[in-house]
Design a protein around this ligand. Structure first.
Ligand SMILES: *Cc1c(COP(=O)(O)O)cnc(C)c1O
Length: 398
């Protein structure tokens, strides 16, 4: 087997909706990935902010293996021990009151969209059906989540979009104040925009939106799919601003690569989705929730949230030095282990990404021109330094 042969086979059999790098990985250990030809890479992409506890974690693999042998699926016609335990764990960790499990970030946002409309309907406010999201946001690819996503490139040729959704510029409180109205069911924001280019809003903005929502009787939702599970150096991104949204969506890091998503809701919303109003066949089955439980335990034992903060600070410092040293970098920004280098028009972002990859380091692009770092939370300082050296070799003094 070679990378080239896998590329050839993929091009014959896979739909063309992705543009993957010409590498096929077969094994992972911590922050290392090994391809079919045995070449090692340093993974500072982490499967796009998913692989929170690192590749091949023995404790996670064991938990999945044992649960797979015991019981994988029961359906939502019965109670589910692992889902109950995971919800209890997350309630304790986040302070949210109730949980619903699904399979992905997009599905979690679909659930929030339905929850928003159904909540107001249940209170007799049938005119409150509209949602406000931000431009340059990303909320997923299913039709509801896509309509919420504030980037037209993702919607091209896919219309008509789900109606009743409006977009306003991110981090612009005045724009939100002008848009919110008595038909607004909910506002959905990312505490830090990930796919949009690692855009960090001010705390005052998030706090101001919270006040506007409360004043106007609209719900506030945070999409914590990328920012959750320690990514920003706090368990949830919301903790930086101390804003309490009425609910949030979770996925990506929640089970470190096992498909799992969730919504977490506050006490006021516990009755918002009555029996029959929403469901999923696979969502939160015992296997996925056992993976989630193992990840929560590992994060606690290995102190990964604090480590993300500490390593993130080191990484942010190293990126700031690159801004000083490279004529091709405009800015460094981010929180914890969600960091970005904003490239100038003098370089092709895809080319830079490829050159860094040739040095054996994996990153991703966000917002078209932002080199994004989302390593596993267990990344060591030496590994980050190796990644920085590769980025410097490409961007400094070329
Ligand atoms: C990745 C992402 C999603 C979509 O998650 P999927 O699991 O791909 O459906 C939604 N919101 C944010 C903020 C994301 O980063």
């Amino acid at each position: 087997m070679s990378n080239a042969s896998m590329v050839e086979r993929a091009e014959r059999i896979m739909l063309g909706n992705y543009r993957p790098a010409p590498i096929a990985f077969v094994q992972g250990e911590g922050c290392q990935l090994i391809d079919v030809e045995g070449r090692r890479y340093l993974d500072l992409c982490g499967g796009i902010a998913v692989v929170s506890v690192g590749h091949g974690h023995p404790q996670l693999a064991k938990a999945i293996g044992e649960q797979a042998a015991r019981l994988m699926h029961v359906s939502n016609l019965f109670h589910n021990v692992q889902a109950i335990e995971l919800a209890e764990t997350l309630a304790q960790r986040t302070g949210f009151a109730r949980f619903f499990f699904c399979n992905s970030g997009a599905e979690a946002n679909e659930a929030l969209l339905k929850l928003a409309r159904r909540f107001h309907y249940g209170k007799g406010e049938q005119g409150r059906t509209e949602l406000i999201a931000a431009t340059s946001s990303f909320h997923g690819r299913t039709m509801g989540a896509l309509a919420l996503t504030g980037q037209s490139k993702y919607q091209e040729g896919l219309g008509p979009m789900v109606p009743g959704i409006h977009h306003v510029p991110f981090n612009d409180l005045q724009a939100m104040a002008s848009a919110i109205n008595p038909r607004t069911a909910a506002v959905l924001l990312e505490p830090v925009q990930g796919e949009g280019g690692v855009v960090v809003p001010s705390k005052a903005y998030l706090q101001g939106v919270r006040e506007l929502c409360t004043q106007h009787g609209a719900l506030l939702f945070f999409d914590e799919v990328q920012t959750g599970f320690g990514r920003t150096g706090r368990f949830l991104g919301r903790e930086h601003s101390q804003v309490w949204p009425d609910a949030c969506s979770l996925a990506k890091g929640i089970a470190s690569g096992f498909p799992l998503g969730a919504i977490a809701v506050s006490e006021a919303l516990v009755d918002a989705l009555p029996p029959g109003s929403h469901a999923t066949t696979f969502g939160g089955n015992p296997l996925a929730c056992a993976a989630g439980l193992a990840v929560a335990k590992i994060m606690e034992e290995e102190n990964l949230v604090a480590r993300a903060e500490e390593r993130g600070q080191w990484l942010a410092g190293a990126l700031a030095e690159i801004v000083e040293a490279s004529p091709h970098v405009a800015e460094a920004r981010g929180m914890g282990l969600l960091q970005g280098l904003v490239l100038k028009g003098s370089v092709q972002p895809a080319e830079v990404l490829g050159q860094v990859r040739e040095q054996g380091v994996l990153l991703s692009l966000a917002g078209g021109n932002v080199l994004r770092f989302t390593p596993p939370l267990c990344v060591t300082q030496a590994e980050l330094a190796q990644g920085i050296a590769a980025v410097r070799a490409v961007l400094v003094g070329r």
